[in-house]
Design a protein around this ligand. Structure first.
Ligand code: D5M
Ligand code: FE
Ligand code: ZN
Length: 491
């Protein structure tokens, strides 16, 4: 296979970086796959990296589903596809319609006591348990204490307190409800053994109890989005642009590419003119003291000066745009999630067409519900879930939707404040779900929900270089609020 692949490459005059070559060689149909991928690209790059290959796979899949996606790092000859542009007729101008349906700002009550933690998990269990109980597969679910004594098939709902693998390749979950705890075996010879499960998620178990009180699982049930939902039809082809991780104040902020994007938004491109909203998913500035020796990488070492510089950049955007900013882990609010909106001392630096909400928040933009979350929990999920990668943030987002939780794992890298209610539950199902944080980019759909990971305006940092994290900066995902169709415009 290796020889055939190399022969094909030399025929096409293209080289593959070693990582891309080894990735393709794990596929049975490496040559035909590469051929298909190259056909989906606007032009053939001289050297293809692993990222190119993965982005090209995303692109050919998106095209197959007729969700137009563009914006590979490879092509100078870039064009927004006609199918997206065609609908660029000037939208009616009713002025901006932005509502914040839900966020934590001004409603934080927790002090981090033991009582707070108990209350927080009770709430998580109650809300997700209710969603699970409405699933057909969970009909007749019992408490664990009752299920334990049953000799027939049992169904129960619980929080995963522990996940471990035995020497024989079985996996064992400890599952807890309000009153009891039971061990659940995912047998090594069943497909369940490879099912991704993370600590602290709430799930349903169907199985039988053996004579030693161990549950042998037949299936696991996730809260999930039960059925594919239609995108709400708003009629007008008003569009929303998604920004994230601008990191103003960092030496690696990509000012020239931002300026290109800003000029495009001010120009007369019909797609640009139809963009009325910008959703900004956090890390809007680089901040101060976020990681050790950060000062060596800062161009602006005063937090207010960083937000002032950002406010100037937003001031140069056209007046028709309304922006809504949520914070990320580099911003000047508490790091524990849910994070409140930026404080008044910072808000007042911005023009009135910039609004502020917490992280996460559920917004309504011209009739379309948008769930915006910075995405820090992706660090925990990428390391805990097999097959997940920073290159494919939309896959991690699908896992969050299946678990109906933005940060299911407690006690990892994502600090979570144990509020009276668990604000990280995905309770209301959004039409669009957007994250940032991983400095990657992607658009997709999951059961009708449009998924967006919103790139970054920061080049690779020395930390990312050390960890081999390759960012995909300066790309603007754009979603049509009438159809949910998405494109990615690179700058
Ligand atoms: O994170 C940008 C990206 O870099 C994101 O994928 C996480 C990764 N990152 C950055 N700093 C760290 C540390 N200290 N540990 C693990 N991963 C990290 P950003 O939020 O912009 O710093
Ligand atoms: Fe960031
Ligand atoms: Zn971040």
């Amino acid at each position: 296979m290796r020889e055939r692949l190399l022969a094909f490459l030399s025929e096409k005059g293209t080289l593959l970086e070693p990582a891309a070559l080894s990735y393709l060689l794990t596929k049975e149909d490496a040559v035909s796959r590469l051929e298909r991928l190259m056909r989906s690209l606007p032009s053939t790059p001289l050297v293809m990296s692993l990222r190119d290959v993965i982005l090209a796979e995303d692109l050919s899949r998106a095209v197959a589903r007729s969700v137009p996606t563009e914006g590979l790092p490879l092509s100078a000859a870039y064009a927004i596809p006609a199918s997206f542009r065609r609908k660029g007729d000037a939208a009616r101008d009713d002025g901006p319609q932005i509502e914040i349906l839900r966020d934590i700002t001004g409603r934080s009550t927790c002090e981090g006591t033991i009582d707070d933690f108990t209350r927080y998990f009770r709430h998580r269990f109650a809300v997700l348990g209710k969603i699970l109980r409405s699933r057909r597969e969970m009909g007749g679910a019992q408490d664990i204490a009752k299920a334990r004594r049953s000799t027939r098939e049992v169904r129960f709902i619980g929080i995963v307190a522990d996940v471990r693998t035995t020497r024989n390749g079985h996996r064992i979950l400890d599952v807890e409800d309000d009153l009891d705890r039971i061990a659940v075996l995912l047998p090594a010879d069943s497909p369940l053994a490879s099912e991704p499960v993370v600590q602290d998620e709430v799930l349903g178990v169907v199985g039988t109890v053996n004579d030693r009180g161990l549950v042998i699982a037949q299936s696991l049930v996730r809260p999930d989005i039960p059925v594919a939902r239609p995108f709400p039809s708003t009629g007008d082809h008003i569009r929303v642009g998604f920004l994230s991780d601008i990191h103003v104040g960092s030496k690696t902020f990509l000012e020239a590419r931002w300026t290109k994007m800003s000029a495009w938004l001010r120009g007369d491109d019909e797609v640009a003119r139809s963009i009325r909203y910008l959703v900004v998913s956090g890390d809007v500035v680089d901040g101060i003291g976020v990681y050790p020796n950060q000062d060596e990488e800062l161009a602006v070492d005063d937090i207010y000066a960083q937000y002032e510089a950002l406010a100037r950049l937003f001031g140069e955007l056209p007046d028709r745009l309304s922006a809504i900013l949520i914070p990320g882990n580099h911003d000047a609010v508490r790091p524990a999630e849910p994070q409140p909106a930026l404080p008044e001392s910072i808000r007042k630096l911005f023009d009135s067409n910039v609004m502020f909400a917490g992280n996460p928040s559920l917004l309504r933009l011209g009739g379309v519900k948008v769930l915006a979350y910075h995405g820090r929990s992706m660090d925990d999920l990428v390391s805990a879930l097999p097959g997940m990668s920073y290159h494919r943030p939309v896959e991690v987002m699908k896992a969050m939707l299946r678990m109906r939780h933005l940060a299911p794992m407690y006690g990892g890298k994502t600090p979570i404040a144990p509020e009276a209610e668990d604000h990280l539950i995905i309770d209301d199902i959004p039409d669009i779900f957007v994250t940032g944080h991983v400095h990657s980019v992607g658009v997709d759909r999951y059961r009708g929900v449009v998924l967006v990971n919103a790139s970054t305006w920061q080049a690779q940092t020395s930390y990312q270089k050390m960890r081999n994290i390759e960012p995909a900066p300066a790309r603007l995902p754009i979603v049509d609020l009438a159809t949910g169709d998405a494109v990615i415009r690179p700058f």
